[in-house]
Design a protein around this ligand. Structure first.
Ligand SMILES: [Zn+2]
Length: 224
């Protein structure tokens, strides 16, 4: 899960939590803070601690962007004071907490065992049902499908890049990699596919604005 840096709370006081959307989008891009999908309509402003259960409605620290699939699943489960029971992409190293090397994400057990945040990571994962595979027509969750389309795209792109035999064609190709990744989203899927290519990873980190770069560093890559 992409770790993000939201920056300081804006000076303005919001009258409605939805007013925070443009600023959040400006700083983090129009991606779901949880499943990382690119959101084509205005993303939903999401409360880490549910506003209906005492969570701060207008406080910058309590706000993230979410797709409707994650927001619906998360619902109003996290009540005021319960934030510490979960990992959060704007506070914790969520980059190493989960693995994206299969068609559904999973906990990075090896890393979490050392880091000691397994329970928090698991709580967030279950809250969002990040491994959901919709099997009935009633379940409209598109995260699984879109994530795996992003993976196919990233893998094709990696193969294409490998065929570039000069620096200038590689450079050109990298531009399209960047554009494609930005349009499709799923930062962690791209980072996984290109995990052995430092140049592409760097490009991805800067393409997805607001990514907390220090959490995506190499020294921890032996866990992934
Ligand atoms: Zn989502």
């Amino acid at each position: 899960m992409r770790p993000v840096n939201k920056g300081k709370a804006p000076e303005v006081e919001y009258k409605d939590y939805k007013d925070a959307e443009p600023e959040l989008e400006e700083r983090l891009g129009a991606y779901c803070s949880y499943c990382e999908m690119s959101i084509n309509h205005a993303p939903e402003v999401e409360h880490k601690e549910a506003k209906s259960r005492g969570g701060a409605e207008l406080e910058w620290e309590n706000l993230l962007l979410s797709c409707k699939y994650c927001n619906t699943r998360k619902g109003a489960i996290v009540e005021k004071g319960d934030k510490e029971k979960y990992l959060w992409p704007d506070e914790d190293d969520t980059f190493h907490a989960y693995l994206y090397d299969k068609d559904v994400p999973r906990l990075n057990e090896e890393y979490l065992k050392l880091e000691g945040n397994r329970e928090k990571a698991d709580n967030l994962f279950k809250l969002l049902k990040l491994d959901n595979i919709p099997i009935t027509p009633k379940d409209k969750d598109r995260r699984y499908l879109l994530r795996n389309e992003a993976r196919s795209c990233a893998m094709e792109n990696k193969e294409g890049l490998a065929k570039m035999d000069s620096l200038s064609t590689r450079k050109e190709y990298l531009e399209s990699t960047k554009r494609l990744a930005k349009a499709i989203g799923f930062f962690s899927v791209w980072m996984e596919v290109f995990k052995d290519d430092e140049e592409v990873k760097k490009i991805l980190i800067s393409a997805f604005k607001g990514t907390k770069e220090e959490y995506c560093q190499n020294e921890k890559s032996n866990f992934t």
